[in-house]
Design a protein around this ligand. Structure first.
Ligand SMILES: N[C@@H](CCC(=O)N[C@@H](CS)C(=O)NCC(=O)O)C(=O)O
Length: 210
């Protein structure tokens, strides 16, 4: 019998949110398993068997274990998207998506996501450097999003899912989205998709979320 997809999650993680968002957009039955990073549960022998890098997110789809947020997006789109729109099969379309998966694993991780790691998790990165990197990325994203509704064209793809979470939550890392109207319109387009689920906002300085 097919079981729900086990989703190893930490709700303040934008990487984990990517997976959560895709599972929800595809309306897939999911069993959420909270991995308490604060207590080091991601470094236990049991968890390291799922992901030797000791990081969330991970999914276990009836014995098929996939670690890494972008890998999870590719897997879910290839296995469960019957429309073919989330990961186009034509070479140029797939390459356009891959370009933005690379952005999500590179400039997004080292810019907006890193700036948020400083404020939300107390990392000691050079704040000016990571915020400058974030704005350099947002400037390019804003210009690209003047040309199309979504990152890889006029339809949403996993490229948008990969880049949504840390862009939407950039202000938590003191990276303002004020100057990027096309980015803000794009975020709103994603938030309007059927099945959209947000990531809890972190109120900096308090232990609560809203
Ligand atoms: N490349 C990984 C990065 C995942 C990642 O950085 N996860 C963080 C939470 S946002 C984590 O588990 N950090 C704990 C650690 O690295 O020890 C992915 O895309 O899934």
């Amino acid at each position: 019998m097919t079981q729900p997809i086990k989703f190893y999650d930490f709700p303040k993680s934008g990487h984990a949110h990517r997976a959560e968002l895709m599972l929800s957009l595809l309306n897939l039955p999911t069993e959420n398993i909270f991995v308490n990073l604060g207590k080091g549960e991601h470094k236990t022998e049991q968890f390291l068997k799922l992901n030797p890098f000791g990081q969330v997110p991970v999914i276990d789809d009836n014995g098929t274990v996939i670690a890494d947020s972008n890998s999870i997006l590719v897997y879910l789109a290839k296995k469960y998207d019957t429309t073919g729109k989330w990961l186009p099969k034509d070479p140029a379309g797939e390459a356009r998506v891959q370009r933005w998966l690379s952005v999500a694993a590179g400039p997004l991780a080292f810019g907006p996501a890193a700036a948020r790691l400083v404020t939300v998790f107390g990392y000691s990165f050079d704040t000016d450097e990571v915020i400058t990197r974030a704005h350099a990325l947002l400037k390019v994203m804003d210009a690209e999003l003047a040309k199309s509704k979504f990152l890889a064209g006029d339809e949403p793809t996993i490229a948008d899912v990969a880049n949504y979470s840390y862009t939407a939550h950039a202000p938590e890392g003191n990276v303002s989205l004020e100057g990027y109207p096309n980015v803000r319109a794009w975020l709103a387009r994603i938030e309007a998709l059927p099945g959209f689920v947000g990531m809890p906002r972190t109120v900096i300085g308090l232990q609560t979320t809203a």
